[in-house]
Structures are given as C-alpha cells and as structure tokens.
Design a protein around this ligand. Structure first.
Ligand code: MN
Length: 131
C-alpha cells in the first residue's frame, strides 16, 4: 500500500489539445501491472477538449457544474454534476464545460502497452457546435 500526500503540480491543458482554460490534476497513475490513470479536470466556461479517443475507453464523472459531451456522429449532450459518462474504447469524442459555468470531472482510463492514454484529433471541425 502507498499513500500519496503530495501529487504533481496542477498543469494546464496544452492549446493544441484544448480550447479555453483547462486545469488537470493527476489523482492516480500506479505502476504496472496496473494501467489505471485517474485525473481531475477543471474546464473554465466554454473550454473543451479536441476530438480524441482512448484505447480502453474512459469514465467521466461530473463533480461540479454543467458540461457538454459529444461522440462522433452523435448529438451534443448536456452533462451535469452527478452524471457519469462511459466512452467506448476507440470512440472519438470531446468533452468540456458549457458556456455558463465551470465544469469539473473525474476522468478514469487505462493506459495502452506503450503508456499512452489518448489519441488526439482535430481541435475544431464541422461536428463542433459553433457556440
Ligand atoms: Mn476523453
């Protein structure tokens, strides 16, 4: 057993993968054989991810505020505190805050063999809402 009382500094989501201001905290990234990766992600109003996908899927649990999520080919769906989204392995999607409020979610996924958790795609595109 290991108790972590000092975790890495909060970092900002890089502009090539996020629009707006997004702050990320690593909650857990235990060594192999675990592949667990757990983060708290805080989106300012209007901030969101680029399109991306995760090799083993992703659980998003909204802790605070109002947000939006979309899978490729699907509608933009509202999400709010208490909601949990399961994104299927390999499913292209984005997530972020709505226009009015911050949105904070837990993000839980498993890393691939090479340690990667996310394949990034376009930041903007015709499937994005223009708002
Ligand atoms: Mn995701």
């Amino acid at each position: 057993m290991r108790i972590t009382r000092q975790r890495p500094d909060t970092w900002q989501g890089p502009p090539e993968n996020f629009t707006g201001t997004v702050w990320i905290d690593e909650i857990a990234a235990p060594p192999l054989p675990s592949r667990l990766r757990m983060f708290t992600v805080r989106f300012a109003p209007g901030a969101r991810t680029a399109w991306h996908r995760h090799p083993y899927g992703q659980a998003l649990h909204v802790r605070d505020g109002e947000g939006l999520v979309q899978r490729r080919g699907g509608d933009v769906e509202p999400i709010r505190a208490g909601d949990t989204v399961w994104v299927e392995p390999g499913e292209w999607h984005w997530h972020g805050a709505g226009p009015r409020t911050f949105m904070t979610h837990l993000a839980v996924c498993e890393a691939a063999e090479d340690g990667t958790t996310t394949e990034w795609g376009a930041l903007t595109g015709p499937e994005y809402p223009t708002a």
